[in-house]
Design a protein around this ligand. Sequence first.
Ligand SMILES: Nc1ncnc2c1ncn2[C@@H]1O[C@H](COP(=O)(O)OP(=O)(O)OP(=O)(O)O)[C@@H](O)[C@H]1O
Length: 316
Amino acid sequence: MTTTGTTTGTAADAAAATAVVVFDRVTKSYGDVRAVDGLSLALRPGETVALLGPNGAGKSTTLDLLLGLKNADSGSVTLFGTGPREAIVAGRVGAMLQSGGLMEDVTVAELVRLACDLHPRRYRVHDVLARAGISEIADRKVNKLSGGQAQRVRFALATAGDSDLIVLDEPTTGMDVSARQAFWATLREQADQGRTVLFATHYLEEADAVADRVLVLHRGRLLADGTAAEIKAKAGARRVRFDLHGPIDEAALRRLPFLTALDVSGHTVRIQSSDADATVHALYGLGLYPRNLEVAGLGLEQAFVAITEAEEAKQS
Ligand SMILES: Nc1ncnc2c1ncn2[C@@H]1O[C@H](COP(=O)(O)OP(=O)(O)OP(=O)(O)O)[C@@H](O)[C@H]1O
């Protein structure tokens, strides 16, 4: 049924009604800098979503808008069908922010107890400490923690109660390898219990390993949205590596069809191509005989670079 100016009963409405988070044409500027530019997206229940983007892409601003820490200039942000503040007061959201200062002159256990006491659906302090892997430092003063330990305390504060949505801004910054692995294992448990998780990161291998869905932001706009496999496919390129005997004519190689990158090192040639079959076919057409030929897809990191660089090139 359609009424003047609004459409009701559409699949999009149904999706919005069940969505955990809805951004509808959200814009936020700081002076001349448009940090978030007409962003629309919906997060579905139970998804683990990675938010990627180069420095300054608008990731932190997006999370701040989602958490009601900043107000949009235009557009709307809805969490569980209400405004961010209502959702947070109802205990539906746990958040771990990049730079959030921790109260200093208290112990880890005291700080975690405070977070538990404030949560409408609180967990036991003992369990929260254990889950975040900080039981052993429970009696330590917060101002004596290492960077990685402070990150774990922030994670404990984000999971002090039974929230439906967990939001994390660059959560593993400062953690060593084993702390990182433990962190993602714990987060996976949280997701497996049906929670929605949204995290911003610069570690693309983490996004590849953990996320069901990847959002790529660039200059405040959504450049790509899909599974890691879909993002890699969107980048559309494959890596081709082979050896050539005899002198290598780089200029001829550069003219190969569908070539997007070329690197020659000794006898080894590495190229990226948006149609590897056609590029390799053309190699033979030049009378070249590539040896040890390998063709592989792009990793998420290379796909991310390819997508964001292509966008930069379009805009310049
Ligand atoms: N308080 C502020 N005042 C002015 N400009 C700001 C402010 N906060 C962010 N910006 C600008 O807005 C843009 C988006 O910043 P934001 O911190 O959201 O990006 P980001 O993707 O989180 O970056 P990073 O990966 O470096 O953390 C940047 O150009 C930044 O310089």
